[in-house]
Design a protein. Structure first.
Length: 108
């Protein structure tokens, strides 16, 4: 199901991004550690801010990111331009990731 306008505004809110960067990321690093050189899957990548954090803060070498909303994938592509070759983005859901990435070239 695609997000409505209110949900989209909440997800793309600078306050939410600040929480991701300054609270969630340090907490997840403490709980699970970093992923230096690893390949990470992100389900529900939204506008790509979390994908950027996975690359910069967690140290992942590559991220395969998927979202149901094509508009969010377009935003993520814009945000992640400087990570070309390290990110694959696709429209799809968690029930069939292979189909999502096969449907598009996915590579960015």
């Amino acid at each position: 199901m695609l997000m409505n306008q209110v949900e989209t505004l909440m997800v793309n809110n600078p306050i939410r991004r600040a929480l991701q960067r300054w609270y969630e990321t340090p907490l997840l690093i403490r709980l699970g550690g970093r992923t230096p050189g690893g390949r990470v899957a992100e389900i529900g990548c939204g506008s790509g801010y979390g994908t950027k954090l996975i690359l910069d803060q967690f140290g992942a070498a590559h991220v395969d990111a998927v979202d149901l909303d094509p508009a969010m994938i377009r935003r993520a592509r814009q945000r992640l331009v400087r990570y070309a070759g390290r990110v694959r983005l696709a429209v799809g859901d968690a029930t069939d990731l292979r189909a999502a990435f096969d449907a598009e070239d996915g590579a960015y």
